[in-house]
Design a protein around this ligand. Structure first.
Ligand code: ZN
Length: 181
């Protein structure tokens, strides 16, 4: 079942998600539905708050590797920081360059309840950082300077309130390469 993706300014996107004490069938089913939703919407990652569930669960699908991680945390981040263009399924139609660590080590639980550590770099590292931010109510626009953020939100509001601009925005989204996280 494809889940409804909450979009900005839905307040659920600003809340802190709760840790998952145990991996249950319910959590596994949620992860499966999030993957299904992610595949349909052609994104690289999805966090549970984006589908209205305040639990610390993310799914990441980058370069044919699929990760479903509960309680993910960044335990180590490399010093090197890089700029890359990001968008978000919860702020559709707009994108911006965001600075992130090039390399991170992520720890969490697999859907079997086993602890896992993932070494990620480049795009994969970017997606993990973006999704883990979602669990703390942080959005990619929060990493931008004030002027850039306001400009982006103005563009987003324009897209939201104009059906014509919205369909152009959707076209634009389809043309984008690998940035919608
Ligand atoms: Zn996002």
């Amino acid at each position: 079942m494809e889940l409804e993706i909450r979009v900005y300014p839905d307040p659920v996107l600003r809340k802190r998600a709760e840790p998952i004490p145990k991996i249950t069938d319910e959590i596994r089913a949620l992860a499966d539905q999030m993957v299904e939703t992610l595949v349909k919407r052609v994104g690289y990652g999805l966090a549970a708050p984006q589908v209205g569930v305040l639990k610390r669960l993310i799914v990441v699908d980058v370069e044919d590797e699929l990760y479903m991680v509960a309680n993910p945390e960044i335990v180590e981040a490399g010093e090197e920081r890089v700029l890359g263009v990001e968008g978000c399924l919860s702020i559709p139609g707009v994108e911006a360059e965001v600075e992130r660590a090039y390399r991170v080590r992520v720890r969490g639980l697999t859907m079997d309840g086993e602890e896992v550590e993932i070494e990620a770099e480049g795009l994969l590292a970017r997606v993990f950082q973006h999704e883990i931010d979602h669990l703390d109510g942080v959005l990619f626009i929060d990493h931008l300077g004030r002027a850039k953020r306001l400009q982006l939100l103005k563009e987003y509001e324009r897209l939201r309130h104009s059906p014509q601009a919205r369909s152009q925005g959707k076209e634009k989204e389809r043309e984008k390469e690998g940035v919608v996280i």
